[in-house]
Design a protein around this ligand. Structure first.
Ligand code: SF4
Ligand code: SF4
Length: 459
């Protein structure tokens, strides 16, 4: 039998409850995807669960596979569903095969029994927390509009009690993006997270009149406008279209300065202790290794999404009719993953880059970002530039020197955490030079600004 021509491994986010969730986060685009399946119960049936596990294992030609649950809110399925999944894994895993389990959850339904199960099966739990309660509760509310941070922290307590491994996913939006250090310290010190990912909220809005150019309406690309909906109940089906954004969205500049703010704290004490996904990804690109995140890889297409009824989509962000590859009960998963449609989807990330990106000095680190966010024009008018471009540039330029240093340390077989000492020594050197300089002299840090507007400000 000939082997499928697809990738030897891929990442699949399975959504056993589809888009359904017990919460109603105002910025969540995914809740509206319920409309794709009118009349559905949104529960993955047992026969499909078995077919999914079997096909996922068979489609992997390497001896490692990850079972990744996502939503909606997957814990709504209840612990017995996940026990059955484990039983199917044991039935189909090949000798010597390593199986890892991950689940992304809002944490509010985690109880003693579920946490004990996660520990028993060595789950890695991704918890969605947007920062200290006031920032978290700005948009992460339940279906009655009530705040949820207490319930999330309750779930976290169960994870801690059972010693479950967890990391944190924080979305960046209007309510928290201006507070990088506060958010980071909260996650590190109060939540105890040792692995964090920061995901920008970019909620696209179509123009009010599709037949009229934006400038004739007095609008411009990337402009934030008041979100016309606060809940999935009054939200139309979300699609990746439109070049305006809601006022909940993070701006490119906010995103860049958030990452810089976190980096400045991290680089002085936490390198090697706390893992921030974006910093790991940047280091991989500076060091010439494939990054672990599709967004900053040259091509994509190896991170697919499976709906509760077996429909397979190109990506979690493209659960839309035009990106459906097929249904795994009708066509084997391996065939769908290897399909021309999926290969073209992944390659388009590179081929559709505008010239502005090709000429960019940080393209090796950025690769144009995720195609879903490429909805603005370049300065010379070419379409397809990433909405976050200004933020990416600011961040990647800011970390250039430290990333080079860490890469050199890695090449020399030394620990990247040595960067902490290097940074503190550099801080001391700059401060000593600032003390000797005049207020109108160029700042010794090399920023190009005067001392009084840089390291000497406020002295
Ligand atoms: S479309 Fe974006 S999120 Fe999806 S696989 Fe490609 S880079 Fe990743
Ligand atoms: S920083 Fe901007 S111009 Fe450079 S590759 Fe990224 S999106 Fe393109």
């Amino acid at each position: 039998m000939s082997e499928p021509a697809g990738p030897p491994a891929f990442h699949l986010l399975a959504k056993p409850t589809g888009a359904t969730c017990n919460l109603d986060c105002s910025y969540c685009f995914f809740l509206s995807k319920e409309m794709l399946y009118p009349g559905s119960r949104f529960r993955m049936a047992d026969e499909l669960l078995e077919a999914y596990i079997r096909q996922l294992i068979e489609a992997h030609r390497i001896p490692q596979v990850t079972i990744a649950w996502q939503g909606g809110e997957p814990t709504m399925m209840g612990v017995e569903f996940f026990r059955r999944a484990t039983a199917y894994v044991e039935k189909y895993r090949r000798p010597g095969m390593t199986v890892e389990y991950t689940i992304q959850t809002n944490g509010t339904l985690i109880d003693d029994e579920l946490a004990a199960f996660f520990k028993e099966q060595d789950y890695l739990v991704g918890l969605s927390i947007d920062g200290p309660p006031a920032m978290h509760d700005a948009y992460r509310v339940d279906r009655g509009g009530a705040p949820t941070s207490d319930r999330v922290l309750g779930g976290l307590e169960y994870l801690r009690k059972h010693g479950v491994e967890y990391n944190v996913l924080t979305t960046l939006h209007h309510a928290n993006a201006d507070h990088p250090v506060e958010v980071y310290r909260y996650l590190r010190d109060e939540v105890g997270a040792r692995f964090m990912q920061f995901i920008p909220i970019i909620e696209r809005l179509p123009a009010p009149r599709i037949d009229v150019p934006l400038d004739e309406l007095g609008l411009s690309e990337g402009l934030a406008r008041k979100a016309p909906w606060q809940s999935w109940r009054d939200r139309p089906l979300y699609r990746q279209e439109g070049s305006l954004v809601t006022d909940r969205s993070v701006s490119a500049e906010q995103y860049g300065s958030f990452l810089v703010g976190v980096f400045e704290e991290w680089v002085r004490r936490d390198v090697g202790e706390v893992y921030v996904q974006m910093f790991d990804v940047a280091l991989a690109n500076w060091h010439g290794e494939p990054p672990s995140l599709c967004v900053h890889s040259e091509t994509c297409g190896s991170a697919l999404a499976l709906e509760h009824n077996g429909d397979l989509y190109s990506c979690d962000h493209f659960v839309e009719e035009g990106y459906k590859l097929g249904n795994i009960t009708e066509t084997p998963m391996a065939e769908l993953v290897a399909s021309e449609q999926q290969v073209a989807f992944g390659l388009a990330k590179r081929t559709d880059l505008p010239r502005f990106c090709h000429e960019c000095d940080v393209r090796f680190a950025c690769h144009g970002g995720c195609p879903k966010d490429r909805f603005i024009h370049t300065p010379d008018g070419e379409p397809g530039l990433n909405y976050l471009c200004a933020g990416y540039k600011a961040f990647f330029h800011h970390v250039d020197q430290p990333m080079r240093t860490m890469s050199r340390l890695l090449t020399a077989g030394r620990a990247p955490s040595e960067l902490v000492g290097w940074t503190l020594a550099e801080d001391a050197r700059v401060q000593a030079a600032v003390a000797r300089a005049g207020r109108n002299d160029p700042c010794p840090c090399g920023s190009g600004r005067k001392v009084k507007h840089c390291h000497g400000a406020g002295t």
